[in-house]
Every structure is written in structure tokens, then in C-alpha cells.
Design a protein around this ligand. Sequence first.
Ligand code: GLP
Length: 263
Amino acid sequence: MNKVTIDILLTNNIHICATAEAASIKVARVIADEIIKKRSLGQQLVLGLATGNTPKMVYQELVRMHREEGLSFQNVISFNLDEYYPLKETHPLSYHSFMNQHLFDHIDIAQSNIHLPYGEWDVARLGDYCKAYDQKIKQHGGIDLQLLGIGRNGHIGFNAPGSAFDSCTRLIDLHSTTRADAAADFEGLEKVPLQAVTMGIQSITQAKKIILLALGSRKADIIQKALREEVSAQIPATFLRTLPQVTYILDKEAAELIAEPLG
Ligand code: GLP
């Protein structure tokens, strides 16, 4: 993976790439460039990270850059979007496990610079922990670059339809579509947790730069809605359209309902 082809630039901030691989490499390049830029200034990059199938190739490319090009993550502070609740950190399907498996175990980020909502937070103090998570992001100066996927119901993080624009990090009930999409991984709908801790829409939209990555034809319908339908909490991703700092990076399948098919 070393060549990026951008086939169409629809507007300033919607990029359609020929393949999922090209889109993922483009995202990885943006992240790497931000890390390098900050390092040259002697600063840390506060990086918001996502889970799911979508960012896997991005992480694969970042790991490759670390191994083959010497990209260092020593000046990176990461905050993940969400975690299932309750779920043990060591559960193979926890987002802690996901991040270790796909990224953290393979790069030189300091363990103390990694932050994720915790599926084992004590329920009695959950509100305090969530507040402290948002506070910690602020203490680090806010998120410089946030990577997002999108759920088929338009969720970002785990902010289900109905999530308010000013929502902060909190416990949320998982939407039926979201649980159904996770059922195969958990080997049965009944094993999918009912709730999650997610950064709120406000926590996400305060990021200085945001990249929404969507891959594959199963995302085409929601991408069309996110970009074309009225801005409303019913499709939380529509909120992103109100922000100047958002870039959408799509492969041609995810973009098939918003653009003419590519040659
Ligand atoms: C989960 C995550 C989201 C992610 C979404 C889409 O719900 N919490 O952050 O964007 O899944 O997942 P996928 O990329 O597998 O389609």
C-alpha cells in the first residue's frame, strides 16, 4: 500500500477515492502528516480514534509507516470515541482489545497517552467518569484531529438517533440497528451489550479537524442521507455538515448515491 489515487474531489471537503484501500491510505497520510507537523513544532498531537471495520486499513497503513518509514507516535495523545458498557477491558470484542490488536501493540505510543472510555467504570460514579473524560480532552487542549466512521443509522461514536448536538460523554442505550450490526461479531444478538459509553456530539464536534471515513456500498444510503437530508438529531451525522472543519473521505461504493459512478 503506497499509492493514493484521488479520482474525484466533489467539493472542498468530499473526497471520493477509487478503492477502500486508497481512501484508507489517504486518511493514514493525513494523520501521519499531522503527527509529523506537530513534532516539528515540538508539540503533541491529540488524536481522536474510532473503531469498527472502517478504520482497520487506516491503522494497518499507520503501522506500516511506523515499521517502514519510522513514523513515531511518541508525540501522540489518543482519545477513543467509545466503548461497550459494561464490558471487561480484556474481552476480545472490547474496543480496548480492538485498539491494541489493530494499532497500539504495533507502534511506539506511550501507554500513559492512551485514553478510552472504560467498560468497567463503576456504575454509581459513571457520570463523574464521563465528565472527567471530556475534562481530560480539554486539559490537553482539545482534539486536534478526530477520525470517525458512521453507523448505518447515521450514528457517530455511539451517538444514536436522537442524540443532541450539545451532548457530552455519557452512557447511551445501543440502537437496535447498531446491536444487529454487532451481532455477528458477538455470535448472537443476545450477547451484544445493551449500552455503551460514548463521547457526545459536542465532544466530537469541538475537534479542530474531523475526518469521516465511509467504505463500501452498505454505507451508500446513510452517506447520501448524511450529506443531503435535513440536519437533525434523527441522523446525528448530519450535524457534521454544519461544521467547516469536516472532511469526508469515501470510496466509490460508499459514494455511489451522491455521485456518478466512476469510469
Ligand atoms: C460502531 C462504532 C462506530 C463506528 C460504527 C461503524 O458503532 N462505535 O464508531 O463508526 O460502529 O462500524 P463499521 O465501521 O464496522 O461499519
